[in-house]
Design a protein around this ligand. Structure first.
Ligand code: DC
Length: 681
């Protein structure tokens, strides 16, 4: 995964293929708690791996649940409503979705069965209010003590005597999570009477309460809802494990792929797995909004397939109050619409991770759109013909800003784009997507395609032992780019030639071999491993005599030609760093940045010498020097693709630089050169 402060998205042209999205956080932690309270074993599939779910699992383990985890499947044997551990100190990090329902459940359990529990978290957790929940639990007879500041964690829960005859009152206008906590926990004490919860104040975030009710039903508890003011838990409710349960994928995360399909699912659909028509998440109604803009959607219970329908997209005027998070995706889809799109009733955008109305307006304007904003609305008119601008998109530490703006990379498809002038989109601080979707961009790159000419290449050429492999692979890692070590292809040819007794003088035989490698032999690079069919040749090709063989056979034009297409095929999203001798001159003459390393023979010989000594191989410095000089001469003077810097290459003498200094120098050039000139455009 990239570690640079930015991610450059090449212009994208089509989409198609299947994505599996990470599980919903809200569903994951509710399901874990319900499984932990149930009798018997629940197998939870597709659990979201995140800090919050980790904390909940740990708490359940401490409380005595048996938990076995394998990948994103977890087996939980629940407590069946009986405390097996009566004293525990639970640390809950910053997970509100663990703190609130565990407070409710453990207060009730300790009041009925005895026991003392403390619940604490990181400092930020101790600033997040829980008073409304405490105020609901104390009148029931639970002993809940705020050991720091009143109304905030840490909490100490220590027994009590329950009185359950009166309705249980909870405020619903600050957070719906307190009501959720009570709904999830109160069935524990419903043996002798039905329990009524009354909501004080106008309940917010109703879709989240629907998720809670839905999941309770999956665990055998049928809550009766009277409007949004009163909820009744029937007498004798018992948590019954459904056996197996799948956590739905996050519906808000799905919105980016629904949009991708609507914009670029031209020949094939984009298929989203893990969430569909049977979803219990409010944001699934984004599908209707996308359809209103022209998306063609087919749906199964837990999948969606999206194609482009109307094009350009239909501009809409829509009240988005029911899908506040996913509606941000509509604002970026509006760049591809046939007029002005207005999204209204979105005042809550102003108080999210950032002021999302202001942020959205600022960044859309950078791309050339005309945007009007008000206290609770935004309207977007796409850039006029030719008015699209390269933009470096600021993301305000808001995961949704980063994910939404990736859709601007489809700009060549916009009706107002000038086809041969696609613009590049730079996303600042791309790792902010980690909040809900750490692999967002990697997932996106799996279902989008573009013309290889539009994919940026950094070529790193230089003589033997100049450190270009190390530099290039470090650059690729930092940028999250594909990596091609072209020398390894010549080396593999050398290895196979040796094994098959093909003479290094047999130009024709070697060419046939290289063609076979290029066309039919499956080859996979994985760090220092190179998989040839099922065999790792990473080490074998580094032998000195294989290097010699590679150097010799690489002088044959037929061999070079045979390996050309294979090398070009490495040009994949989001970009490529390729190292070798002729990356900037022959293979990728249109590379956006060409680096040519010029370390002296003496310096290179010393590096090679040290490498060998470190590996425990005896070596002779003079011999290495002579060998490098001979190889340099052969590489420089061969008839085809000799080792010369491309006319537009930037030379880097890395003799006195550490690897990190070289990487920083080249990244500096890369940032400076943005937006990069891309072949023919
Ligand atoms: O970079 P290396 O030492 O792994 O390369 C092995 C040989 O392959 C080298 O001696 C020359 C040849 N080569 C080439 O001719 N063109 C390239 N792009 C890369 C390597």
């Amino acid at each position: 995964m990239y570690t640079t402060a930015f991610l450059d998205l090449p212009p994208l042209l089509t989409a198609g293929g299947t994505v599996r999205l990470p599980g919903s956080k809200s569903i994951s932690n509710r399901v874990l708690l319900l499984a932990g309270l149930s009798e018997g074993t629940t197998v939870v599939h597709d659990l979201l791996a995140s800090d919050d779910t980790h904390v909940m699992l740990e708490a359940l383990r401490v409380l005595g649940c048996a938990i076995e985890q394998e990948g994103d499947t977890v087996r939980i044997t629940g407590l069946g409503g009986q405390l097996s551990v009566k004293q525990a100190d639970l640390f809950l990090g910053n997970a509100g979705t663990a703190m609130r329902p565990l407070t409710a459940a453990l207060s009730l359990l300790s009041a009925t069965q005895g026991g003392v529990f403390t619940l604490s978290g990181v400092p930020r957790m101790h600033e997040r209010p829980i008073g409304d929940l405490v105020d609901a639990l104390r009148p029931l007879g639970c002993t809940v003590e705020c050991t720091g500041q009143e109304g905030y964690p840490p909490l100490r829960l220590a027994g009590g005597t329950l009185k359950l005859d009166a309705p249980i009152k909870v405020r619903g206008d600050v957070s719906s999570q307190f009501l959720t906590a009570l709904l999830l926990a109160l069935p524990l004490v419903s043996q002798n009477q039905a329990l009524t919860i009354e909501v004080v104040g106008e309940l917010i975030s109703k879709p989240y309460i629907e998720i809670t009710l839905n999941l309770l039903a999956r665990f055998g508890i049928a809550v009766e809802r009277q409007g949004w003011e009163r909820f009744i838990i029937p007498q004798g409710s018992r948590y019954q494990s459904p056996g197996e349960i799948h956590v739905e994928a996050d519906a808000s995360s799905a919105s980016y792929f629904i949009a991708t399909g609507a914009i670029a699912g031209i020949d094939k659909p984009v298929r989203v797995e893990g969430v569909g028509a049977a979803s219990i998440q409010g944001d699934i109604r984004f599908v209707e909004a996308a359809q209103a803009m022209g998306a063609q959607v087919t749906a199964g219970p837990n999948w969606l397939e999206i194609r482009r329908g109307q094009w350009p997209l239909q501009a809409i005027d829509m009240d988005c109050n029911h899908i506040p998070d996913a509606a941000m995706t509509l604002a970026v889809m509006a760049l591809y619409a046939n007029g002005t799109t207005r999204l209204t009733n979105i005042a809550s955008w102003r108080v999210k991770e950032t002021d999302r109305i202001a942020a959205m307006a600022t960044e859309l304007r950078k791309l050339g759109a005309a945007v009007e904003e008000g206290a609770d609305y935004i309207s977007i008119t796409p850039p006029a013909t030719g008015a699209w601008q390269h933009a470096s998109i600021h993301t305000y530490d808001d995961h949704r800003m980063a994910m939404c703006f990736s859709l601007a990379a489809f700009n060549p498809l916009a009706p107002t784009a000038i086809t041969d002038k696609p613009i590049s989109v730079r996303i600042d601080d791309p790792r902010c997507v980690g909040k809900t979707f750490p692999d967002y961009f990697e997932t996106l790159f799996q279902v989008v395609q573009t013309n290889p000419d539009l994919i940026p290449v950094i070529a790193v050429d230089g003589p033997t032992a100049s450190g270009k492999g190390t530099l290039a692979s470090a650059l690729a890692t930092r940028l999250g780019y594909q990596f091609l070590d072209s020398g390894s292809l010549y080396r593999i040819t050398g290895l196979l030639a040796t094994e098959r007794n093909i003479s290094l003088d047999d130009a024709e035989g070697l060419e046939v071999l290289a063609r076979e490698l290029g066309a039919t032999i499956p080859l996979r690079f994985e760090h220092e491993h190179i998989w040839l069919n099922d065999r790792d040749v990473g080490e074998a090709i580094r032998q000195e005599q294989i290097g010699q063989a590679a150097s010799k056979l690489s002088a044959y034009p037929g061999v070079r030609q045979a390996l050309l297409e294979l090398q070009k095929a490495f040009r994949g999203l989001p970009g490529l760093v390729a190292d070798g001798r002729d990356m900037g001159t022959v293979v990728f003459p249109d590379a956006a940045l060409k680096v040519f390393l010029t370390a002296t023979v003496a310096e290179r010989a010393e590096r090679r010498y040290n490498q060998l000594i470190q590996k425990g191989i005896s070596a002779n410095l003079d011999g290495i020097c002579a060998d490098l000089e001979a190889r340099d001469l052969r590489d420089r003077t061969r008839a085809v693709a000799p080792l010369v810097p491309a006319a537009d290459a930037q030379k880097l003498d890395n003799s006195a630089l550490t690897i990190e200094q070289s990487v920083e120098t080249v990244l500096g050039w890369w940032v400076e050169g943005w937006p990069h000139v891309i072949a023919g455009h």
